[in-house]
Design a binder for this molecule. Structure first.
Ligand code: 5GP
Ligand code: ZN
Length: 113
């Protein structure tokens, strides 16, 4: 998608600190981390949010979560981390290209704000 920030990161048109790339996904450090480890995992394909996903996306979902677990293991946080995806304005989604926040390296409270 022409005007999408995360499509541009996935295409390497905009610099980011990429930690892992697979055939269909990219993982890069959040520019404004909320924890010692904060990585965003995105599909290379433009998907607006998790709400757009269906049964036909099972392969992509598997690949996204494989990237999540590899990122968490590489970051040394495999024993405890949070995977968050915000859907829409009420949940705080600001970039409208599906992304999984992989957050860890500190203890967290529940429920989120
Ligand atoms: P959301 O609020 O949509 O769930 O999360 C968007 C995330 O993208 C935020 O945590 C924000 O810090 C991050 N972000 C926004 N712009 C950039 C950018 O240009 N580069 C990187 N690496 N992260 C970004
Ligand atoms: Zn996009």
């Amino acid at each position: 998608m022409a005007d999408c920030l995360f499509c541009k990161i996935a295409n390497h048109e905009i610099d980011s600190e990429i930690v892992l790339e697979t055939e269909g996904t990219v993982a890069f450090r959040d520019i404004n981390p909320v924890a010692p480890s904060h990585v965003l995992v995105i599909p290379k394909r433009h998907v607006v949010s998790a709400h757009e996903l269906g049964g036909g996306d099972a392969g992509l979902l598997g690949e996204l979560f494989e990237t999540v677990t590899r990122v968490a293991s590489d970051a040394g946080i495999a024993e405890g981390y949070r995977v968050v995806t915000n859907v829409g304005a009420d949940a705080g989604q600001t970039v409208h290209h599906l992304h999984l926040h992989v957050i860890g390296g500190r203890s967290m409270s529940w429920p989120p704000g």
